[in-house]
Design a protein around this ligand. Structure first.
Ligand code: PRP
Ligand code: URA
Length: 212
């Protein structure tokens, strides 16, 4: 699995304010979107494109456009929703599917409670958005779901990742048979005994949308 840490000073700067516990929800939402747009630039390096002809006011030339089928963006609800706008801003013609997953805070196992995805993802490049890769349970389940439907190139995009979650992805998806990559803003130190990323930013869903 290819792991890319987007270590740009603007990303580190915005992550600092995202991590700060004094940051309020409106600011947190804006920063999550802005960070996603910066990460999207790295995550889409291999997006499939094809040449086509245009004419400038001066001469004919060849440009590129996104290939069909268009990429699919899959935010993992709830917290992944906070990254969606930042991604579609750069890829406005992509389609969007949804997966709802929630981690049981005691067992740390993820359950899937919602799915609005095409049944057939053959030939699709898929971008899975979730701010947090902690144990990796939610992301691995989401990617398996996409592989079962035929996705043939998957990029997970997270704001933060724990080493434990990356190791879990590497072990569990070694036999994926298609390219799987992770693009993240930071690899943090570890998970604590409650399964939270350290230093992390706390509960991303709660900081975006409140405690429900
Ligand atoms: C958070 C986060 C990930 C998951 C990460 O979601 O957004 O989906 O936990 O943890 P894992 O790597 O150990 O699976 P949560 O289950 O809190 O749901 P929410 O987005 O609705 O808040
Ligand atoms: N989910 C979160 O929102 N934060 C963590 O630190 C771990 C899982």
């Amino acid at each position: 699995m290819r792991v890319h840490v987007a270590d740009h000073p603007l990303i580190a700067h915005k992550l600092t304010y995202l991590r700060d516990k004094r940051t309020d929800s409106p600011t947190f939402r804006r920063l999550a979107e802005e960070l996603m747009t910066l990460l999207a630039y790295e995550a889409t390096r291999e997006v499939r494109v094809e040449p086509f002809s245009i004419e400038t006011p001066v001469a004919p030339t060849t440009g590129i456009k996104l290939s069909n089928p268009k990429p699919l963006i899959v935010p993992i609800l709830r917290a992944g929703l906070g990254m969606l706008e930042g991604m579609v801003r750069l890829l406005p013609s992509a389609e969007v599917g949804f997966l709802g997953m929630q981690r049981n805070e005691e067992t740390l196992e993820a359950i899937t409670y919602a799915n609005r995805l095409p049944d057939d993802l053959s030939g699709r490049q898929v971008y899975v958005l979730d701010p947090m890769l902690a144990t990796g349970g939610s992301m691995v389940d989401a990617i398996r779901f996409l592989l079962e439907r035929g996705a043939d190139d998957i990029t997970a995009v997270t704001l933060l990742a724990a080493p434990e979650g990356i190791a879990h992805m590497e072990e569990s998806l070694a036999d994926a048979g298609v390219p799987v990559s992770l693009v993240t803003g930071s690899i943090d130190e570890k998970l604590n005994e409650l399964g939270y990323i350290v230093p992390g930013l706390g509960d991303a869903g709660d900081r975006l949308y409140g405690v429900v």
